[in-house]
Design a protein. Structure first.
Length: 334
């Protein structure tokens, strides 16, 4: 039985093709082993790119929600700190102003009023806190300060109460200024009228901030401003009325401090929701990356084994090619 073999030219071409194929395979496997990623993703999805696109879309959404939640957490933490500072100032003012009732020394009144003025200025500065380019207490109007400066607010109140000769008259004017629809809300507040809840994915939202016009905040501002006006010579020449105003403010600040505690609790609830969401998003990211890795990642053990097999095949091809090249008629007839 005759055997039909390949000619020298055909054998040479076949060897070249095998050499090129094995070298390409060697390069591909080396790249996959070093990068850990498939060079041919099509084989990982069997031609269906739908799951791959879905996983990548999910990862993009998770990263977006995570960044939003992290920013919201920073804002909530900043808001919590500001509310804490305002509450501390209100508590200190309440203590010093109530002392005036039992010891109506004009010097004590002046010291308590001066302290209240400093705390009012600190409270307004705190409400204008900006975190990551976002105003914390201005609602949706992220770019602006929440309020005008404290000096301007106090100057407006001094002008409005200049003709008053009683503590009750001063209190009524200041209360009206900080009441809903009053001067603070319409002229001093620079932010938006509403806050935007933060979307956290899976239907979850959190509202990490309060507006500077929140009644729990403006109540404290109003009472602190009343005491600050004493330091600005309101009711000057009316020592009894000044002492009465100081005592009334001291008592009212006790209630205002309690309301601020409620406000801080509301922000705390939002902080907890944000922490839970960040934990959930981290878990979702991990599971999605694992699922995506099943498609795009190369198995290092399988790749290493195939790489070794390809190297052996290439070495064998070189040996065979060398032996074929050494063949000659003289050697055959010998």
């Amino acid at each position: 039985m005759e055997t039909i073999g390949l000619g020298d030219l055909a054998t040479s071409l076949q060897s070249r093709r095998n050499n090129a194929r094995l070298n390409n395979e060697l390069v591909r496997l080396t790249q996959e082993l070093s990068s850990g990623r498939r060079t041919d993703v099509t084989s990982g999805v069997s031609g269906d790119f739908g799951p791959l696109a879905a996983f990548r879309r999910d990862l993009s959404a998770i990263e977006s929600f995570t960044q939003t939640a992290q920013e919201a957490r920073l804002i909530a933490q900043a808001g919590q700190e500001v509310l804490g500072q305002i509450a501390t100032g209100a508590s200190d003012d309440s203590t010093s102003l109530l002392l005036v009732v039992t010891n109506p020394d004009p010097e004590l009144v002046e010291k308590a009023a001066a302290s209240a003025r400093q705390n009012f200025e600190a409270a307004i500065a705190g409400l204008n806190t900006n975190v990551a380019g976002r105003s914390v207490f201005a609602g949706q109007d992220f770019g602006n300060a929440a309020t005008i400066d404290a000096d301007t607010i106090l100057a407006d109140l001094v002008l409005a109460t200049a003709a008053e000769t009683t503590a009750a008259g001063v209190e009524a004017i200041v209360d009206a200024y900080f009441a809903p629809g009053g001067g603070f809300e319409t002229t001093a507040y620079l932010g938006d009228v509403a806050a935007t809840p933060t979307r956290l994915g899976s239907g979850e939202t959190a509202d990490p901030t309060l507006l500077a016009t929140d009644p729990r905040i403006t109540q404290t501002l109003a009472e602190t401003a009343k005491a600050a006006l004493i330091d600005l010579d309101v009711l000057i020449g009316q020592p009894d009325e000044r002492i009465l105003l100081a005592g009334n403010v001291g008592q009212s600040l006790l209630e205002a401090s309690a309301n601020l505690t409620d406000a801080r609790a509301a922000v705390g609830i939002a902080e907890e929701a944000l922490e839970r969401s960040l934990t959930r998003l981290a878990a979702e990211k991990t599971s999605t990356e694992i699922a995506l890795g099943e498609i795009v990642n190369a198995d290092p053990f399988e790749t290493a084994a195939r790489l070794q097999e390809t190297e052996v095949q290439l070495e064998t091809l070189y040996i065979l090619t060398g032996r074929l090249a050494a063949l000659s008629l003289a050697n055959f007839l010998r």
